[in-house]
Design a protein around this ligand. Structure first.
Ligand SMILES: [Zn+2]
Length: 117
């Protein structure tokens, strides 16, 4: 059994880190775009920013979502149990992917069902 207290600490630290990074990216983009406001059409600039932030947000938001879900599962005492087949997820997997909510077999199954981009 993995140390859940330890996992919680790791995930909380990671969560804070991601949120801080997201805020920094947001600040940086605003800062960088400030002098350009006078040169570029405001609307097209805003669109560009949205695209950059959007791409960043997606992966970061995904991770935030994963971490939040894992913390909820920790609270409910369901951490380390596959949410699809209810089998115990091996410690080895949790050490590599602390916010895994499914076992390797179920993940492989759901991956193969995903549409290919
Ligand atoms: Zn499973």
């Amino acid at each position: 059994m993995v140390d859940q207290q330890n996992i919680r600490q790791i995930l909380t630290a990671r969560y804070d880190e991601i949120v801080a990074r997201l805020e920094k990216v947001d600040r940086d983009i605003r800062h960088v775009s400030q002098p350009l406001d006078r040169i570029m059409d405001e609307q097209s600039l805003e669109l560009q920013n949205d695209e950059v932030l959007g791409a960043l947000d997606d992966s970061i938001r995904d991770e935030i979502k994963h971490i939040k879900r894992t913390l909820e599962r920790l609270d409910k005492g369901k951490y380390g149990v596959c949410e699809i087949c209810s089998k115990v997820i091996p410690d080895r997997r949790l050490e590599v992917v602390p916010y895994a909510t499914t076992c390797v077999e179920c993940e492989a199954k759901s991956e193969s069902h995903k549409p290919v981009k």
